[in-house]
Design a protein around this ligand. Sequence first.
Ligand SMILES: Cc1ncc(COP(=O)(O)O)c(C=O)c1O
Length: 459
Amino acid sequence: MRTIIEPFKIKSVEPIRLTTRADRERKLGEAHWNAFLLRAEDVLIDLLTDSGTAAMSSEQWASVMRGDESYAGSRSWFRFEAAVQDIFGFRHVLPTHQGRAAERILFSTLCKPGDVVPNNTHFDTTRANVEYTGARAVDLVIREGREPQSRHPFKGDMDVDALRALIAEVGRERIPCCLLTVTNNSGGGQPVSMANVRAVSAVCREHGIPLYIDACRFAENAWFIRLREPGYADRAPIDIARELFSYADGCTMSAKKDGMANIGGFLASHDARLAAEERNLLILTEGFPTYGGLAGRDLDAIATGLYEALDPDYLLYRIQSTTYLGEHIAAAGVPIVQPPGGHAIYIDAAAFLPQVPPLELPGQALVAELYLEAGIRGVEIGTLMFGRRDPGTGEEHPAPMELVRLAVPRRVYTQSHIDYVVEAILEVWQRREALRGLRIVEQAPWLRHFTARLAPITP
Ligand SMILES: Cc1ncc(COP(=O)(O)O)c(C=O)c1O
């Protein structure tokens, strides 16, 4: 069958509100043309992020009811620990309130000023937490991973020669750990192959460098390995995940992605001495080691969600649905990062709106138009987010790429919602030549995209 169906039926619904274009023009004006400043209730299809936005299953809600809120040694904790140990294989598990807390604890334990931490591509919180310790975060994704049109099946792979060169250049003593982000979010949600994990692991082991997996989308990555890597077509996603983690020394995880939960995360490793040190930091800011900033019910919902994320029926629908969105707009000529990623589609706004120069924010202009057209909220990953203003001269420098990310929340939208998104994008594509850019009216000195006030440029 070609029709993609959701492998679930709906038991509880949350209404979304239809608005008119006139309503949306007013709302966007009130939000200063910045989609982050819109109220969620004024958005029809919210593709701002796939993080923490999943719909939980009836089994997860049942787990919530089983949640044991004992401060120490709760049953929920033991269920959580057992699930993480079973799937990821690491002995020592520290629960955290989300992924970045695991990152902060890991890097503040391992890194010191002058150190260097390689990754395929650091996610922004990962980079920030590395750099906060005075260490340098280095991205070593393969060349194809930096080429939007390349159709390499594993564009998240790390360049193993570049890793060897980095170790030779700075010395093993200055590399406290190496990371691999699966899938590679900042690189377009692209997967990492098992062969690459094995090769990176071999180099790390040769030099005694611990390898950590940034595991946020581990289940989606396992599915891509099953689809694209020879020898894995008949393997269960859980076995693929177990093999992948067997090559690593630890992982950080945001359960807001493939934990199918709305909050939570963890840090795990085989290293008892390191875990003891990390546990001291955990107690300082997150909480007692058997809850770490989470309620017992959250721990239980994650323990159930981690297995659901690995269900082949779910993964088939999940990846087919994102691919369908990407392929249908690409077939009509819309330029996207190829091939479609696991959790999101990235539209190349510079190619979509060539008449809008980077400093007039083509990505943000497209985000605004998608909202005005159909109430869809995406996010700009371009000059508003990553451009730079020279503090001395006030001169603006554009970002290397102008992308609009449409991230698909897990199990939230149906196939007809996806068809609606396709239709809206194609509608905007038809009249792309009439679109104009935006100018920044007010901005914060850092992370300006969250709060900037913008205005349309009128001819
Ligand atoms: C690859 C990656 N690593 C780390 C994080 C941080 O996780 P959290 O938002 O739970 O702190 C994210 C979140 O989007 C991510 O995509």
